[in-house]
Ligand binder design. Sequence first.
Ligand SMILES: [Fe+2]
Length: 470
Amino acid sequence: MTTLKNMSQLGFTNLEEEVMLDDLHVQGKIPEWLSGSLIRNGPAKFDLDKQSLKHWFDGLAMLHKFSFNAGKVSYTNKFIKSNAFLKTKEKGKISFREFATDPCRSIFSKVSSMFSFDTTDNTNVNISKIDNKFIAMTETPIPIEYDPETLDTIGVLNYDDKLLGNLTTAHPHYDQNTNESFNYLTHFSRNSKYNVYSITAGKTRNLITSIEAKTPSYMHSFGLTEHYIILVEFPLLVNSLDLLLSGRPFIENFKWRPEQGTKFTLINRLDGKVAGIYSCEPFFAFHHINAFEVDNKVVIDMITYKDNNIINSLYLDVLRGNDPIDIPVSQYRRFTIGLDEGSVGYKIMHEGLELPRINYQLNTRNYNFLYAVGMSSVTSFTDRLVKIDVKTGDSVSWTEQNCQPGEPVFVPRHGAKEEDDGVILSVVLDPNSGQSFLLILDSKSFKEIARASVPHHIPFGIHGQYYGDT
Ligand SMILES: [Fe+2]
């Protein structure tokens, strides 16, 4: 009998070294037109001198940059020197409340912390730009600016406004037709609210609307169409006082309340008015894929789970254990809200996907191709990259034995006329060699063009972006 082994432990193991390498070893041929940088963010340190973190999302943030120039690839990686990182280095344990790990406090400091959210600036989820400054983000609204050349930490980027909020998403949306960015803040208080905002210039967040949220939902991302911002409130809900007073790690204060169902709220982008609220069966999701309007309907694509157990399956004792991995199977669902009918329904498009990406030029518009990692194995965290033809349902995959790919980032070829004309960039963990490599696929054929080897393993990252201008 074959014993199934968890091949993913290396992906949740500390990476300590920071390197700057001019010229990675490349197999294959990097396209000459590829001239820019893939910058990725993710947790890279899970075991501290005096404490181990509990959850994948708690790990200390590290940036990785792959720069392409004339067929060559350079690589740099650096920890983000946040307050959370610096305090951790000094004390050997965390000082701030992370996603699922709390600092071990004395009774006195527990009482003191009741009066503050003790927010972490461990920005390990995604990267973006505000006011042409490069920032790393997590779900506390404390973006950290970094130097895109060196990946050195510059410091917290302060907004030029007084908008209130304790929680945000690391998935801001950008509408390239209007040059607006969108996001929202959850402000926890006796009268909690979602403060939905846009940024049109500089570092000023313009409040679009405040929506009352008696028991705020944990939402990792949101939807955007030409006319609407879409909040999808899953029934993973928190009582704000619990969050303040419980002393428990952040996510443990949220309770799964399926009887509440899931609530779609359409907010008019222009005047902030709620255009409609639509309820459906309970489900949970991290990631919206895309949303668009067609024929008086709003279409919202998401990677969904039947409940919040996906969060529990990402605790490090599960992911690093010796047992086969048991991660709930996701569904790629297409929700359609009939604005005339006033109802929401869905169909299942595909299963077992996560970290979805599209050609972001098609954001807010009908699109044809989805790229994602496949998560259908019990022996590895991820096991393939998948391209889905959304219209036909056809799919193609890239796999290699035991190799575990990360989020596939689509880069359009210069002058491309077709949606899928470009390359896919993905950092792949290879437990056979104990190292990672950057994989470059032709996004049309989904065949490998080249790979560039990194001299160490890169722990499983979360999100990254490609910048043609660095
Ligand atoms: Fe995410």
